[in-house]
Structures are given as structure tokens and as C-alpha cells.
Design a protein around this ligand. Structure first.
Ligand code: GLA
Length: 399
């Protein structure tokens, strides 16, 4: 009898104490993160002003929800091992900041690292996982990005499991973002641990190329898109491939920003803005808040788009959507303008993974241009467009 009680308890505790918070990211998470624009220069005024801007710019209305503080918010651990925010940068403390962000109907995110130190050299969570998770819950944190610096000797899956369990035990639902750069194929084991996992090293403010930092590189938008093949089968509601936070508004051309955003929508990528949204121009704002493009990203089927074909440097991407719709994106990868002529009737689009087929010779689809925000005829006619270098034509097809 006793052994059944023990077995029952073990089963019960495995279920109750070790799981991720389900259902927090049924569509890709949307928000903002400090790192891409501000690096280590974070403080409470920036976070408050950014939360305000999230509302005043219409980003909240477009679906953005999380305001995420990346590296370097940390002060020291106290004699009991509890972490405190940097008192000069966050004098009011994290609880007050979280209360403020919550008062605007938004969530607050924070950053830590599975190793002994964060990438910026601040205290990591190694050995303090349950303490840190408890403190985050007390502060009212809603999102944790968990990095992978200074982890010599650790196995990624185990380290991330520990933090998942710590967050769960602390009891406050937290979106858990795994950031180990795709080193150990997190798409193969991340689904039951977190809600999203980085698939590559860091993005750069660059559309096509590599920035060499000596011991590591950061990557252009095209490189990140190309880097991992075949991993779309691992993504879906509540578990997303994360090709990194966006660089829109950080210095690429308007075409490049538009193409970058369109592709993140096509890839069902988390949409985490990485610019200074307090001072962005209208064009940047219009890209980040394009609701029709965002609807492609947030489609409830949660199918990650795929590359269909390459036509003289113009890559055709497709993403099946609810109600039999299809998003398509023609991405001009070239450094020159390209003239596109696309005969739908001769090019059926087949998605073997999602088991969806689109035969334009048998069924006519209406076309909506998601950047011009108007209808663009139907698949009966050949599509003819000039696409500027590093720009896109993004369409939604409906019956
Ligand atoms: C790593 C991550 C980045 C950022 C920095 C912070 O490089 O991949 O996204 O969080 O650390 O130091």
C-alpha cells in the first residue's frame, strides 16, 4: 500500500511542481526589450517612459504587451544571496516599477543567466535559481529572458529545466524565454520548458552580412533567416522559434526595416521591438504597428512560414493562416531592384508539414496588399511588381 502512496505522490508532485506555465504564449509574444538599442544603459526612467510610449504610440493597441529589461539591471546579492537591482539605476526598486507597468495594462520582463555571471558580467542565477524566481514573483515579473554566458560544464536542457521548475514553484505565471543561441538545438527539447527559444547568435543592425567581434559574431537579417533550416516543425502555439529581437528603427533603411518586420511576421517570430520607441519616427512606428502584418504573425494556427522558391534573388515565402487564408511574402534579397512576374496558376504552393495545399489554377484567391493596405486584384492575373532592393511585397490571399 505504502509504495502506491509514494508512487502517487511522486506522480502528483511531478505534475504539480515541474511544468511550465501553459498557455501564456498561444501566439508569439509581443513586446519591447532594452538590449538592442540601449545595451547596459538601463534605468527606471527609461523603462517607465518606454511603457508610456508603448501606450501613446499605439503599440499596446497593436498587441505589444511586455516591457523587458535586458542585462545590467542588477546590483549585488545580499548576505542571504538575494539579488537586488542596481540602487543608482533603479532607486525605487523593481516592485514599484512593475506596479507602474501593470497600471498601464502591460507586463514587465527581466533578464538573467543560467551561468555564474550574465553576459554583461552581472550576477548570474547559477545556484540561486529558486531564490531568484521567488524574488521575481514578489516583484511582479511577467517575463524572463534567461541567457547562456559563463555556463562552462552545464548542460543547457538541465539548466533551463531547473529555472522552469523554480519559476513554477514561485507560483507567478512567467513567459520563459530561453536564450542559448541554438547551440544545443533547443527546438528539440524546449517545448516543455519555455515559451520561446533563441535559434541563433545575436542580430546586428545589418540586413545582409556578419559583424565580427573577435570571439563571436552578430548577424544580418538574411543570415539569421537562412541559418537554421528545417526547424519550423518544432514551433507552434506556446513554443516558438525566436530569431532574436528586432532592429527596426535602429538604422537600417526603410525597405530593410519593412522586410525585416515582414519576415518576422512570416516566421511566427516573437515580435520584440529593440529601438527607442519614445523617440521613433512615424515611418518606424507605422512598420511596428501594421496590424494586418501583425495579424499574420499572430494567426492562431501558429504555423511558421517557409521558403517556397527563389526567383532571380526574390525569395517567395508562404504561411498558411486560419480560414484557409495564405500569407505570401516576396523578399528581394538582392542589392538591386527586381522586376517580379508571378503567375499564380502555374505555381501551386504546397505545405507538406501543415498539410495545406493552394492550387491557384483550381481556386481563385482575392489578394490584399499588407503594406499598401488595399486590395490588389486576384490570383487570376499574373502579379507584376517592381521590388526595391531589400524590400518585400507582402500579401494575404483569401477565398
Ligand atoms: C547575449 C544575448 C543578447 C543580450 C546580451 C546581454 O549576447 O544573446 O540578446 O541579452 O547577451 O548581455
Amino acid at each position: 500500500m505504502k509504495k502506491y502512496v509514494v508512487a502517487g505522490w511522486l506522480l502528483f508532485s511531478a505534475f504539480v511542481f515541474s511544468q511550465k506555465f501553459e498557455g501564456l504564449a498561444l501566439t508569439p509574444p509581443m513586446g519591447w526589450n532594452s538590449w538592442n538599442h540601449f545595451g547596459c544603459d538601463v534605468n527606471e526612467a527609461l523603462i517607465r517612459e518606454t511603457a508610456d510610449a508603448m501606450v501613446s504610440t499605439g503599440m499596446k493597441d497593436a498587441g505589444y504587451r511586455y516591457v523587458n529589461i535586458d542585462d545590467c539591471w542588477h546590483g549585488k546579492r545580499d548576505s542571504l544571496g538575494f539579488i537586488h537591482p542596481d540602487p543608482d539605476r533603479f532607486p525605487s526598486g523593481m516592485k514599484a516599477l512593475a506596479d507602474y507597468v501593470h497600471s498601464l495594462g502591460l507586463g514587465l520582463g527581466i533578464y538573467s543567466d543560467a551561468g555564474w555571471k550574465t553576459c554583461g558580467g552581472r550576477p548570474g542565477s547559477r545556484g540561486h535559481e529558486y531564490q531568484d524566481a521567488m524574488i521575481y514573483a514578489k516583484w511582479g515579473i511577467d517575463y524572463l529572458k534567461y541567457d547562456w554566458c559563463y555556463t562552462d560544464g552545464l548542460k543547457a536542457e538541465g539548466a533551463y529545466l531547473t529555472m522552469r521548475d523554480a519559476l513554477y514553484a514561485a507560483g507567478r505565471p512567467v513567459v520563459f524565454s530561453l536564450c542559448e543561441w541554438g547551440n544545443d538545438n533547443p527546438w528539440e527539447w524546449g517545448k516543455n520548458i519555455g515559451h520561446l527559444w533563441r535559434t541563433t547568435g545575436d542580430i546586428a543592425v545589418l540586413f545582409d552580412g556578419e559583424v565580427n567581434h573577435g570571439t563571436w559574431s552578430s548577424w544580418g537579417v538574411l543570415q539569421i533567416i537562412d541559418m537554421r533550416q528545417g526547424i519550423r516543425i518544432h514551433a507552434g502555439p506556446d513554443h516558438w522559434n525566436d530569431p532574436d529581437m528586432m532592429e527596426i528603427g535602429n538604422g537600417m533603411t526603410l525597405s530593410e526595416d519593412r522586410a525585416h518586420f515582414s519576415m518576422w511576421c512570416m516566421l511566427a517570430a516573437p515580435l520584440i521591438a529593440g529601438n527607442d520607441i519614445r523617440h521613433m519616427g512615424r515611418e518606424t512606428r507605422d512598420i511596428l504597428t501594421n496590424k494586418e502584418a501583425i495579424a499574420v504573425n499572430q494567426d492562431s494556427l501558429g504555423i511558421q512560414g517557409f521558403s517556397v522558391m527563389l526567383l532571380d534573388s526574390v525569395e517567395l515565402w508562404a504561411k498558411p493562416l486560419m480560414d484557409g487564408d495564405l500569407a505570401v511574402c516576396f523578399l528581394n534579397r538582392a542589392k538591386t531592384e527586381k522586376a517580379l512576374q508571378f503567375d499564380w496558376s502555374k505555381n501551386p504552393i504546397m505545405d507538406e508539414f501543415a498539410e495545406k495545399e493552394f492550387h491557384f489554377d483550381k481556386a481563385v484567391y482575392r489578394i490584399r496588399d499588407l503594406w499598401k493596405k488595399k486590395s490588389a486584384g486576384s490570383t487570376k492575373s499574373v502579379l507584376k511588381r517592381k521590388i526595391p532592393s531589400h524590400d518585400v511585397v507582402m500579401l494575404r490571399l483569401s477565398r
